[in-house]
Write a protein of this length. Structure first.
Length: 117
């Protein structure tokens, strides 16, 4: 993932989460917000309850890899925040991948329906 595709500022995280457009399952919570950028940006958050720094960084790398492998899933001009839940410790990489794919489809349809209203 390129550096320009990463949400880093705390104010950006707060703005995206405050928009309250989200989907969730046992593994993740994904927030999204349409933006003026011509590309999608991602922020990955892992709480300290997940484990030590090595474990948290391991899951961040996995999520970034899934995002890079499935670039066609997410819409351009959107910011996404992916919050990893504790259940991720008990599932395989393939299950994480399927979970993100299904949640990305749900969040895009949610935003499209919000635009229509």
């Amino acid at each position: 993932m390129k550096k320009m595709n990463i949400v880093k500022k705390n104010s950006d995280f707060t703005k995206i989460i405050a928009a309250n457009l989200f989907v969730k399952d046992r593994n993740f919570v994904i927030y999204a917000l349409p933006t003026e950028y011509p590309y999608a940006r991602f922020g990955v958050s892992v709480g300290k309850k997940i484990g030590k720094a090595v474990t948290r960084n391991y899951y961040k790398r996995q999520i970034r890899n899934i995002i890079d492998n499935h670039k066609n899933l997410y819409s351009k001009s959107r910011d996404y925040i992916i919050i990893i839940r504790k259940n991720c410790l008990n599932v395989t990489y393939q299950n994480l991948e399927q979970s993100i794919i299904s949640l990305m489809a749900k969040i895009d349809s949610l935003i499209e329906s919000a635009k229509e209203n």
